[in-house]
Design a binder for this molecule. Sequence first.
Ligand code: LLP
Length: 426
Amino acid sequence: VHLRLLGSQRNIGGELFFGEASARDLAREFGTPLYVFDASDFRGKCREFLAAAPGSHISYASKANSSLAVLSLALEEGLDVDCASLGELEAALRVGFRPEQITLHGNNKSDEELRRAADIGLGRVVLDHLSEIGKLADLARGMRVMLRLAPGVDPETHEAISTGQEDTKFGFNIADGSAESAYREVMKRSSLRLIGYHCHVGSQLMNSHAHQAALHRVADFAVRMGSPVEEICAGGGLGVRYVAADQPESIATHCEAVRRGVEGAFRAAGTAVPRLGFEPGRALVGEAGTTLYKVGVRKQVGGRVYLSVDGGMADNPRPQLYGATYTAINASRMDEPHGAVFRVSGRHCETDTLISEAFLPSTTDEGDLIAIQTTGAYNFAMASNYNRYPRPAMVMVGDGTPYLAVERETLSDLFARERVRSKATP
Ligand code: LLP
């Protein structure tokens, strides 16, 4: 099996390197499991997006990886940011995004989130349901808002990350008239300024078919409502390469397809073409991340060989949640053919298979360092402390000397917020 190296990954004398940094040295210095984040790959993807969609409004979907280090790279690269919670919003502010660069999402925003958005004057609040229109209108003065629309298209992806279909908790349904009611509600409020429409059809999509179909409906709706539209946001969704079979279209192809779809729809209606918006998450950070694990156990069970590594579902819940697949590399035996089948499992107290069929050198053994590729999106962001494992560190490579972007949690961190009932004092 041919190894497909991503970003700055290199094979130097059979050892995995990220640019100048060897995986083995990183593991020794920072421990395992370790999230390695390749800043140069991320910067490259940001630039690719900016170049592919000139004049568009490009916001990094921070939910994919909201570590402060990654956010600050996005800021440096000239992207805006989208946030889905108060925590993500505070993270963006903390690294220096200006309020007007920030979009706030959420299908059930808290009063606190709406108040904060209004107080600091966010660039965009994406409205998702009727009652928040009134709430925000009462708090805001001249707030720029968009309506999130449910266009009724079914993207071909895992159910848990499909959002464009009719039956969804997100946004205003176009077909049943909810979107039109929302439009009328917003237009009644002088403290809100409707700048356009938003849709997000799904995630880890290999092509833009669903985006195009959805944007067509969004454009039709916008034209039907009549008032001039400043911006149409296509959301995120472009996929990445987890395994060899994943062949997502390029960023350039994606942006071009989306642009053509939106332009076509507005031109056909004889209306001015609005500015386009994109909210890529996974496509920017996914391939920039690699997780390093140490193999603790090699066990033959019938015809299968299990490798248990020192992480698992707490640092990467995606295999269990979405049936996600990944590719592994033996970081110190890269010159050996990766042709033997192993099951890579975690160390948690349940069947937390990370990779059901991983191709690795037959010699792979206890003590080896395994690199799982494409873990930059929704791994750090979704990590938990299941089984009371401290969450991993994240080291930034490809941006000068590697530096610790996120410290490894300690056992005392785990208990810092807990209390037991104190004994009654006599
Ligand atoms: N914009 C909105 C409004 C979204 O809901 C999302 C993702 C994005 C942008 C970014 O989508 P992306 O470009 O990353 O596909 N935890 C799941 C993914 C959930 C995505 C939710 N929304 C996973 O690990 O696959």
